[in-house]
Design a protein around this ligand. Structure first.
Ligand code: RB5
Length: 139
């Protein structure tokens, strides 16, 4: 899609995986963090969700240690549907059923290859709409 930007951000616990994913997917727009130095994950969740919400086509990838802190923080924002994923099967379903616009990965509990498959699947799967649209409207 023409105007689609895929953002990525992490805290220190997700930094290593973020750098590995940036090597595999160099077009991802990196919003930090920039090192292993300890930071607060909500700062990065808020930064990324702000960018994602600027355009309906945008999506994001967030990484912290467990993925839970990033999920909680991101889902506080109206219009954000963030799904915590540790397998490509779930990555497919958060797009098909939940129209998720943010993929959350648990940096300390997923290997690079599985994370790569999650990103590929998340970016290539379309929302199924139909019965799922009505459910999303109820959120
Ligand atoms: C950082 O140590 C860790 O708490 C954070 O990355 C995340 O797992 C929080 O949910």
């Amino acid at each position: 899609m023409k105007n689609k930007t895929v953002y990525i951000a992490s805290d220190h616990a997700g930094f290593k995986l973020k750098m590995q994913l940036l090597k595999i997917f160099p077009k991802l727009a990196d919003l930090g963090t920039k090192s292993n130095e300890s930071v607060d994950y909500p700062d990065f969740a808020h930064k990324l969700t702000k960018h994602v919400l600027k355009n309906k086509e945008n999506v994001g990838i967030l990484i912290c240690g467990t993925g839970v802190g990033m999920s909680i923080a991101a889902n506080r924002k109206k219009g954000i549907r963030a799904g915590l994923v540790n397998s490509s099967k779930i990555a497919r379903l958060i797009r098909k059923h939940n129209d998720a616009n943010v993929l959350v990965l648990p940096g300390r509990f997923i290997n690079t290859n599985e994370a790569k498959k999650c990103v590929q699947t998340f970016l290539s799967t379309k929302f199924e709409s139909g019965r799922h649209k009505k459910r999303i409207k109820k959120i």
